[in-house]
Design a protein around this ligand. Structure first.
Ligand code: SF4
Ligand code: SF4
Length: 89
């Protein structure tokens, strides 16, 4: 038996368009990034690219171009050897 709160949550989930339900965004710690590009080649949506700028260690760091396409699959965050990416839903 579901509580009223659970039912309201289920109803809200059903009314949210599927794309919005799976949208995500990433937060990049540019000072941790060493520009190895592992995340860039791993991202299935190809929303990660190298920046023109440098971080304080002299590396090009990554940026995320289109958070609207990110599915929060978290592959980028898992593959990063420097834990420079956090993924949010
Ligand atoms: S979470 Fe997935 S889709 Fe989003 S930027 Fe990372 S690898 Fe790409
Ligand atoms: S995998 Fe990590 S260190 Fe390598 S480019 Fe991506 S964020 Fe930077």
């Amino acid at each position: 038996m579901k509580t009223g709160r659970q039912i309201r949550k289920l109803t809200a989930d059903c009314l949210t368009p599927i794309k919005e339900r799976f949208m995500g965004k990433i937060a990049i710690d540019k000072e941790r990034c060493k520009g190895c590009q592992l995340c860039l080649v791993t991202c299935p949506k190809k929303v990660i690219r190298m920046s023109e700028g440098f971080n304080q260690k002299g590396y090009h760091f990554i940026v995320c171009d289109d958070a609207g396409e990110c599915t929060a699959c978290a592959l980028c965050g898992r593959i990063c050897p420097d834990m420079a990416i956090e993924v949010y839903k």
